[in-house]
Design a protein around this ligand. Structure first.
Ligand SMILES: O=C[C@H](O)COP(=O)(O)O
Length: 275
């Protein structure tokens, strides 16, 4: 017997009358430089199989960010996946250049990334800031290029030292302002809040801290005043069991080591979809 399904509520109007942009949850992993090419292939293949086997309750965005060398192959693996949501996994890059082409030996063009099926580009990770001299200015220039090539910039922000919520949020907002000044207001942006001291640690930053900083960023004039979707995910020793503890304050998670086993990544994907 058919049951009556109530119409979904329309989104609440903003004071200006425009509907706020939808923030779909997202969850992803960067394999940094941990995996061999063979392990990346097997990791992606297992995730795609798990995703194809059991549909998620909610539509969320999932991203996988392998190294540059394996990225095009991963994009082909995803495109060949038999069913949604596996086929709609976003493939990402760990960095790119701010120019689209030219004499930049060893660099990776955002235009080429887009050409081979990359949909999201991670920029300004703490390791790139510390080891490769990335600055807020270089990250902002790269983000502008990523948007120009039709991809989504996923920009890592976070305080360098342990700090109280207010001080951490001030430091993070400096990074956010520099980024948002460089990209069009209607561009989709993902902010990955990753306190530097929580990356590579035994456990993530505390719930109160993460929620406090993320709330400050989300409620800032710079973020609230944008026309495009701005999602905020948490990264830094994130893994299964964390998302529900963050009480809806974040739009998703960005995983590293605790997603190296595909089953753990899949478990986290399900938690984000169902949380
Ligand atoms: O890219 C991901 C983040 O840096 C987190 O890495 P981690 O979970 O291994 O600390």
């Amino acid at each position: 017997m058919a049951t009556h399904q109530p119409e979904p509520e329309p989104p609440a109007a903003t004071p200006t009358g425009a509907a706020p942009p939808t923030r779909r949850r997202l969850v992803g992993v960067s394999t940094k430089m941990y995996f061999s090419a063979a392990r990346t292939d097997s990791f992606v293949s297992t995730i795609l199989t798990l995703l194809a086997a059991a549909p998620l309750d909610t539509t969320i965005d999932i991203f996988i960010i392998p190294d540059h060398v394996t990225l095009a192959g991963v994009a082909q693996q995803v495109a060949a996946a038999p069913a949604a949501p596996a086929r709609s996994v976003l493939v990402g890059a760990q960095d790119c250049h701010s120019e689209l082409a030219g004499a930049f030996t060893g660099a990776v063009s955002p235009a080429v990334l887009a050409e081979v099926g990359c949909g999201i580009v991670e920029l300004g990770h703490a390791e790139r800031r510390r080891l490769f001299g990335e600055t807020d200015a270089s990250v902002a220039a790269k983000a502008r290029a990523v948007v120009a090539c039709g991809m989504v910039p996923l920009v890592c922000v976070g305080e360098r030292e342990v700090a109280a919520v207010g001080d951490a949020a001030d430091e993070v907002m400096g990074q956010v302002r520099s980024l948002l000044a460089a990209v069009p207001t209607d561009a989709e942006v993902v902010l990955a809040y990753e306190p530097v001291w929580a990356i590579g640690a035994a456990a993530p930053a505390g719930v109160e801290h993460v929620c406090g900083v993320v709330r400050r960023v989300r409620e800032s004039e710079e973020v609230r005043g944008r026309k495009g979707v701005t999602r905020i995910v948490y990264g830094g020793s994130a893994g299964p069991g964390l998302f529900r503890r963050l009480r809806g304050e974040v739009d998703g998670l960005f995983l590293g080591r605790f997603a190296h086993e595909p089953e753990q990544f899949y478990k986290t994907i399900r938690e984000v979809a169902e949380g």
